[in-house]
Write a protein that binds this ligand. Sequence first.
Ligand SMILES: Cc1cc2nc3c(=O)[nH]c(=O)nc-3n(C[C@H](O)[C@H](O)[C@H](O)COP(=O)(O)OP(=O)(O)OC[C@H]3O[C@@H](n4cnc5c(N)ncnc54)[C@H](O)[C@@H]3O)c2cc1C
Length: 460
Amino acid sequence: MIENYSKGAKITLVGGGIVGLTTSLVLAKQGFDVHLIEAAPKLGGLYSTAYQYQDYYFDYGSHLPLSTGIPPLDRLMFAEIEASEDWLSFSDTLREYSVFNHALNQNTQCIDARKLAPEDYVQIVAELMNVPRYDAATVAPATNLYDLITRDYGEKLREQVFRPVMRKLTGLELEALSPIAHALHGVQRVVMFDEVQTKELKQIPWYDDRIADTNPRHRVSHTWKYYPKQGGCGAFIAYLEEKCKAAGVTFSLETQVTGLTTAGKKVTHLTLSNGQTIPNELLVWTAPPVFLLRALGVDTTHIAVPKFRPSVLFHYVFDKPALTNGHYVYFYDEAHKSYRTTLYENMVDANTHNHATVEAFVTDRNADLDALAAEIWQEQMTAGLLPPDTQCLHQHVQQLPSGWPDLTNAFFESQEQLRQLVSEETQNCLLLGRASGAHHMVPQLVNMWKQLGDEAALAA
Ligand SMILES: Cc1cc2nc3c(=O)[nH]c(=O)nc-3n(C[C@H](O)[C@H](O)[C@H](O)COP(=O)(O)OP(=O)(O)OC[C@H]3O[C@@H](n4cnc5c(N)ncnc54)[C@H](O)[C@@H]3O)c2cc1C
């Protein structure tokens, strides 16, 4: 699509998260006149340093910028970082571990069904091997996660594993969840067999989709991961911001789009909350699409408003190195309040950065967060992440404005309806990032590259 616009064309980017910033950089480097509008006082969105205490930095939910596998885009994003002493980079598979059935598994973030009682495990395997395999292209899709799990894995795994795990992760029962909810939480594959059996079964695509590697680190990763020695992942955002500025991007922070002027279905001008009106030839929107439609004056009241499950970040500084070398540890037991622990010392420099963030879902807005912080701190020790006599030197509790959306069919349908309305009502608006419906940084950036289109021009 980008070939339809001449150099110097005025392009407006709405939303200064990682996708908005990267897209601005790509377009500014192509010679377009890019103006980025961000509602918050600072850039970064979900990729931000959330809190700093002395020289300890704590991030929001996302931490490591990853290479995309698109060489010109990776060069643009990471070449200077790779040459810098201030950044760490590694291509090993992330060390993502899990706590399930009260046992810390330092091989995988996936649920290990072998940890269940032997009689349950035997039944789970028997059911998995006996469910009729089908061709997804010829069978009606499952209507909810309950149906999908019953059909694809069997009843025992459904009740013994997926129901409690998904209830913990989403606060919802399987019957209320979309059939893709487990995949978005990365639990669609379950460890069931030893390494040799797993390797053999995974030759068959049906099993490959459902059975997890016993140890994903035995596979070669082609993705590079980056993390700054100082500053948390916000340092990456600051670096992108500098590159954008050098490429000529104009920024308006703490600013929202209050109105859009159209000619036909083309957005020609944006009215901003700071009183400015700016001309526009292409509008790239990475904020929630509902705000674009409202600025256009399109009625969206018939579309369900998504519900979000409030998340709280518990940041800790402590006096001993962790007992695990994991980057992340996922807690799947309902008894645990922790959801995911990020151990920064394992990303940065062991022994000098003993600090961690634990994400937790806190549905009760009146919950006693200090009591919860103490409980979550204890969980890190009882689960074996930290030595039992570790002293907490500092803690900070931070509520996120919104966490994970409720992963129901209604949520995905409403997002699709909004995207559909944008495409019906406009001809020069492109939805990217989370607004496009993609869920993680790499697919979002790969999608951005494809949507912009002219690979040769972009790579130039
Ligand atoms: C808890 C959690 C954990 C995650 N963990 C991972 C992970 O481990 N790995 C991974 O790859 N991905 C992860 N993700 C997803 C990842 O964070 C996102 O895919 C990525 O950050 C999306 O970038 P974005 O630029 O599209 O959106 P965002 O980061 O949401 O940025 C959107 C920006 O738009 C701004 N904005 C909103 N409304 C307006 C408006 N009306 N006008 C102007 N600006 C507006 C916002 O302030 C924000 O800065 C996680 C997400 C969550 C919620």
